[in-house]
Design a protein around this ligand. Structure first.
Ligand SMILES: N[C@@H](CCC(=O)N[C@@H](CS)C(=O)NCC(=O)O)C(=O)O
Length: 209
């Protein structure tokens, strides 16, 4: 049995989406950021980093959204979140999950959490550097999709598209939203049309793209 500690629209989204795609039973526990619940003693006992997501599997806590996506894909191969082990597409799947997690999500974290870099607000040069890095990553993904899309692995949807679309969503109020790149916009449209995305919006109470 799974329990997902989540906060609406955050990094827990990709894990929530994966669980919805799988269609297995799971429990949701909302971590109320407006009450700083991620730093409560009760939550820190579960996840000492004070972040979401946390996924409890049979009572044991696991962290890191990309790792949780891979873990769920492995535990539920029938859901098709990952191409089969040994297939040509499987290495690409690992590669893109690593890229989105390392190159993109980590940079987003700095963008949204200046205190991680020791500042209340980023100095303009740091902000510009983070923006350039994120936009450069999106340009690379857009070029890949133009050549090999419409999904990250070609014609086949996979969990990496959920990760990509969550990250695209986070850019919606940034100076250059990811959906300004045509192939990215197309991918976002495909993922947003999925029942899992619609259900997540309903359950998490999200309205904005
Ligand atoms: N690398 C982690 C990052 C998780 C993360 O930064 N979560 C944010 C929400 S998107 C969070 O919990 N923020 C609350 C805080 O840091 O106080 C992952 O992918 O799971």
């Amino acid at each position: 049995m799974y329990t997902l500690y989540y906060s609406p629209g955050t990094a827990s989204m990709v894990v929530h989406l994966a669980l919805l795609e799988i269609g297995c039973p799971f429990r949701l526990e909302k971590v109320d950021f407006s009450q700083d619940a991620q730093r409560s003693a009760e939550y820190l006992r579960i996840n000492p980093r004070g972040q979401v997501p946390t996924l409890l599997i049979d009572g044991k806590a696991y962290f890191e959204s990309a790792a949780l996506l891979m873990l769920l894909a492995e535990r539920h191969p029938e859901a098709g979140l990952a191409p089969p082990v040994g297939s040509d597409a499987r290495p690409d799947w690992y590669q893109w999950i690593g890229f989105f997690s390392n190159a993109m999500a980590a940079t987003y974290r700095f963008w949204f959490y200046p205190p991680d870099l020791g500042a209340e607000e980023h100095p303009p040069a740091i902000r510009a550097a983070l923006q350039a890095r994120i936009e450069n990553c999106w340009a690379q993904v857009d070029a890949h999709l133009q050549a090999h899309g419409p999904y990250m692995l070609g014609t086949q949807f996979s969990g990496v598209d959920l990760l990509a679309t969550m990250l695209m969503r986070w850019s919606r109020n940034m100076p250059r939203p990811a959906t300004e790149w045509p192939a990215l916009r197309q991918l976002a449209g495909l993922v947003r049309a999925r029942p899992s995305w619609k259900k997540l919006y309903e359950v998490e109470g999200l309205t904005e793209w």
